[in-house]
Design a protein around this ligand. Structure first.
Ligand code: ZN
Length: 193
């Protein structure tokens, strides 16, 4: 398992809900947490590791209860959005790129946990921000898509550099062609959604 970088096609995949939580899924989630901790991230969506499934993981420094805690959001749905706030974001799939993104300030989100139980959180601040960022990933959206014109201009060169790097890696055989990647995603999707 590795974290895929922009512009890997998996990051543009719109994921479908998963239908089963089994031992293999639990193992996948464990691996994702390890990877995320290594990279010092606070959130990681399934398609960032090439999995076309509708879930993401999170570990914020301070949880809703005020203690460190790992969260898994399976088949999340954002049910309410309120307010508006600009905050700086970054992403493990877009290394060293940061930008100010305007998003709703407060949200209500429901999802399923690893036990298959549904939960609902009212979130604000960093929690709301992180959930919305990860949720976007599941729809194939990265935070730079949401930058304003000035922000987009500021990151343009860095995105081009990542594209050059990705195509270079692909030329070395580290990634398949787009068609093969799409077929692999479709195959994985058939297994679990
Ligand atoms: Zn991200």
């Amino acid at each position: 398992m590795r974290i895929l970088k922009y512009p890997h096609p998996a990051l543009r995949h719109k994921s479908r809900p998963i239908v089963r939580i089994d031992a293999e899924f639990r193992k996948t989630v464990r691996e994702m947490f390890e990877l995320m901790h290594q990279e010092r991230g606070i959130g990681l969506a399934a398609n960032q590791v090439g999995l076309p499934y509708r879930f993401f993981i999170m570990n914020l420094a301070a949880s809703i209860e005020g203690v460190n805690k790992e969260f898994v959001f399976i088949n999340p749905v954002i049910k309410k959005r309120n307010g508006s706030e600009v905050l700086e974001e970054g992403c493990l799939s877009l290394p060293d790129i940061f930008g100010e993104v305007r998003r709703p300030e407060r949200i209500v989100v429901s999802a399923y946990d690893m036990a298959g139980d549904e939960f609902t959180y009212e979130l604000s601040g960093l929690h709301a921000r992180a959930v919305q960022h990860e949720y976007d990933h599941l729809d194939g959206v990265v935070f730079t898509d949401r930058l304003g014109p000035t922000g987009k201009l500021a990151v343009r060169e860095a995105l081009e550099d990542l594209t050059v790097e990705f195509e270079g890696d692909r030329a070395l055989g580290r990634f398949a062609d787009d068609e093969t990647i799409q077929q692999e995603l479709a195959e994985l999707e058939r297994l679990r959604t």
